[in-house]
Design a protein around this ligand. Sequence first.
Ligand code: HPA
Length: 284
Amino acid sequence: MEDRRIKPAEFSTRAEIEQAARYISAQTQHQPTVGLILGSGLDSLADEIASAQVIPFRQVPHWPVSTVAGHRGELVLGTLSGRTVMTMRGRAHYYEGYSMAQITLPIRVMRALGVETLIVTNAAGGVNESFRAGDVMLITDHINLVGMAGLNPLRGPNDDTLGPRFPDMSQAYDVALSDLARAVAAAEGIRLREGVYIFLAGPSYETPADVRFIRMIGADAVGMSTVPEVTVARHGGMRVLGFSLISNSLAHAHAEVSHAEVLAAGHAAVPKLIALIKGVLTRL
Ligand code: HPA
């Protein structure tokens, strides 16, 4: 098996996107309209999918394979609350050594397969001092700190058939979908936090000074994913809904973080996320 990480291709080509999409459609009868990305510790949500067909990431041409513990690395296609979904159990991250184009290729492939709505989830550190481990945060906006520094997934030649050169990001997270999520949370008695997610490259966690800095510039939660995917989804005209599971609080100056703790908090919050996502899909 080729190592897909050693020489990361900086830009994806249309041919690569189409090859991956063709491979997936040849494996399944499902025609997904909703994409779902399950972050660290959250992948058991895919157990809820009916008539599930599973395709390991490894088998799909050009698809980035996650190397991180707690990321299973497979696609699950099937139905959830009456919608046909294409679910990623795990994802690849920039810090693993992939290029921005590689980690966002799955979004291009989803779009090519007919997905119009993307629901993203992640585990994140709570920067907002009122957040507690186990909270679920509706992502209302994000800060693309890595993108601002030059690593935007849209850098490079623009394929106008995929999206515009300068896509609008004034409403990256869909207002109507967010309202649906609020309504579901109220109906289910789930306390839903809201806030701004900031993307840092990782993989080291933040220093106390990093945390002070990102709090000062307006972040409520911090993580190492999601923003490149959402940027590409918006470029492709998809509607996006996002949830962060707050796996640990960064409210105290010397709060230590461990990956094991992040995974454990994810497992514990899965029932809340399942209720939220199923509720939204039912009402779509
Ligand atoms: N920092 C960055 N990423 C994270 C964290 C954190 O504290 N927790 C889970 N993902």
